[in-house]
Design a protein around this ligand. Structure first.
Ligand code: HEC
Ligand code: HEC
Length: 499
């Protein structure tokens, strides 16, 4: 036989050709399997489904239940989240499942306000801003609760919630067999999903929760009191989670602030954000808070910053709700004069929104001690490293506390940055006459003292005790107005209700 024309490189042995063909087929099969496996893994672990329309199409619902993207890295698998309180009721601070943490919970909702549910491969639960920045109150014990998105959550026992999750993961009963038994009681997962839960999702969740233990070590310190309801040690959270500093001895839990009408804070007029003025502007605080919730760099910076913009617009458009009880208008207008001469110099002037030196305001210094210039520089570098630009944290020593705008002050009890004074009436008394111990976290309002009911059987049952002698709890300082005649104080109090 003759060989083919010279353009042909020559005949190849049939065997060689066959081997090459089967290699190609094998490669294609592997590739196809790989693609299918990859697609399967992507579908089961990473595909993102939009949240339902009742959440995304209504701004209030979106703020309360909408995802800010935290499910991806900080989320807890929905069914694990669901069964934990049933499996470990002894680790809850009281009866009633998650309600024992004082979460704000609207009737008919499957999750509390501030908890978002989203499918990222599988349904996951995470937190959004509303967990700390939505409040509820009742005008009397038998009234229905009123919910106020952007109001300060004064009932949430975040300290206990953080510890609960870690404590569950540390318990030897936190293992696939036990969790699957509980999960199978409440839902009917497919065969595949059961396998995934058992062999992947449960072990990874346990590992993730245990990883937090070290960063939360300060929550277990015997020499620090619990934060108590409505408080959170925000700058220490930033130190231990964002810039991963070793634990130090500072301790400065604060109240959750209100976010309504956020646009009133004007960075261009020298105003600062956060209680100690540690951040330059609202967008920086919102970015940092959202990054804290995500627990990881955003997947997509443009999408993340879009969410931040929406949040800022939403909270800026909100206004404080009006005082829900009768106001003596004649007394209030006399009180306005008292306010103008005693309070406006800080709370309605060029000083408003700026830092007042500690020596002048005289309140507890602990919160100032939780943060410093170096921490600010490092945190700014972390955020810049993600490719996110913002004015950021103030790279200078902290010197005092911000004289806040007082809109909606009636709903911001207890008072001062550390929530050490239960009512406005108490704040107008000299520190020694303010309550040395009271209960915080009960949601029934006291229109006589202007603040929440903070003593009595019901307040004790649902609240946590605040001792002003405990670390970070001091109620000293801010003596402004305390020497006024009783009639002036009564008028001033009436005026404060109108803000
Ligand atoms: C875990 C509770 C918690 C969550 C969640 C949370 N915050 Fe906050 N936020 C706080 C606390 C506490 C402070 C006060 C910190 C301080 O000064 O010590 C604060 C401060 C702020 C401030 C500054 C307010 C002021 O008057 O100075 C803004 C703005 C803010 N948060 C917005 C947000 C946004 C937006 C989100 C969601 C992306 C969010 N926060 C999530 C607890 C929370
Ligand atoms: C010299 C400035 C100054 C004057 C005058 C002043 N305040 Fe304040 N006020 C502050 C500062 C600073 C804070 C924050 C202190 C803190 O939280 O530790 C504050 C906090 C408050 C708070 C607590 C806010 C909250 O969210 O808990 C209330 C209420 C308040 N002031 C009302 C008044 C009233 C009423 C007067 C007049 C009788 C008055 N202030 C006079 C500077 C001032």
């Amino acid at each position: 036989m003759k060989s083919a024309p010279s353009t042909n490189p020559g005949p190849r042995p049939a065997q060689f050709l066959a081997r090459r063909r089967s290699l190609l087929v094998a490669l294609l099969v592997i590739l196809a399997l790989g693609v299918a496996g990859g697609a399967f893994a992507w579908y089961k672990f990473f595909r993102e489904e939009p949240q339902p329309e009742w959440i995304t199409s209504d701004p209030d619902m979106r703020f309360k239940y909408g995802s800010i993207g935290a499910e991806r890295d900080a989320g807890i698998p929905y069914w694990i989240f669901y069964v934990l309180p049933r499996m470990f009721p002894e680790k809850l601070p009281g009866p009633g499942g998650y309600a024992a943490f004082g979460v704000v919970w609207e009737e008919g909702q499957e999750l509390p306000v501030g908890f978002s549910k989203k499918v990222v491969g599988f349904p996951r639960v995470a937190n959004n801003c509303a967990s700390c920045h939505t409040t509820s109150y009742r005008t009397q014990a038998d009234a229905a609760p009123v919910f106020v998105p952007t109001g300060p959550n004064h009932t949430l026992n975040l300290w206990a919630f953080f510890r609960f999750l870690v404590d569950c993961a540390k318990d030897p009963r936190f293992k696939a067999d036990n969790l699957m038994t509980e999960i199978n009681l409440v839902t009917d997962l497919s065969f595949i999903d059961r396998l995934l839960y058992r062999f992947v999702i449960i072990p990874i969740t346990r590992k993730r929760l245990l990883e937090r233990e070290q960063q939360f070590a300060w929550l277990y310190r015997e020499d620090f009191p619990p934060w108590g309801r409505g408080r959170d040690d925000a700058m220490n959270l930033t130190k231990y989670f964002m810039i991963r500093w070793p634990m130090d001895d500072s301790f400065g839990p604060t109240d959750m602030p209100s976010l309504w009408n956020l646009g009133k804070y004007r960075a261009d007029q020298g105003m600062r954000m956060n209680f100690a003025g540690d951040s330059h502007d609202a967008s920086s605080v919102v970015i940092d808070s959202a990054l804290g919730l995500l627990g990881a760099p955003p997947k997509d910076n443009a999408e993340f910053l879009g969410e931040v913009r929406w949040l800022i617009e939403y909270v800026s458009a909100k206004r404080a709700p009006p005082y829900p009880f009768a106001i003596d208008t004649a007394a209030a207008s006399r009180g306005k004069q008292v306010f103008a001469s005693t309070c406006a110099g800080c709370h309605a002037s060029a000083r408003t929104g700026t830092v007042i030196p500690l020596a002048e305001v005289g309140t507890s210094p602990e919160r100032v001690g939780t943060w410093n210039e170096r921490a600010a520089r490092e945190a700014n570098a972390v955020v810049a490293g993600m490719g996110i630009e913002r004015p950021g944290l103030v790279e200078a020593p902290l010197t005092g506390y911000v004289a806040a705008f007082l809109d909606g002050i009636w709903l911001r009890a207890p008072y001062l940055h550390n929530g050490s004074v239960p009512t406005l009436r108490d704040l107008l008394e000299p520190p020694v006459q303010r309550p040395a111990s009271f209960w915080r976290g009960y949601d029934v309002y006291d229109p006589d003292r202007v603040g929440f009911v903070s003593s009595g059987a019901e307040a004790e049952r649902s609240g946590t005790r605040h001792e002003v002698s405990a670390r970070g709890g001091g109620n000293q300082g801010h003596v402004f107005g305390t020497a006024l005649p009783a009639a002036d104080k009564a008028d001033l109090l009436e005026y404060l209700k109108t803000l």
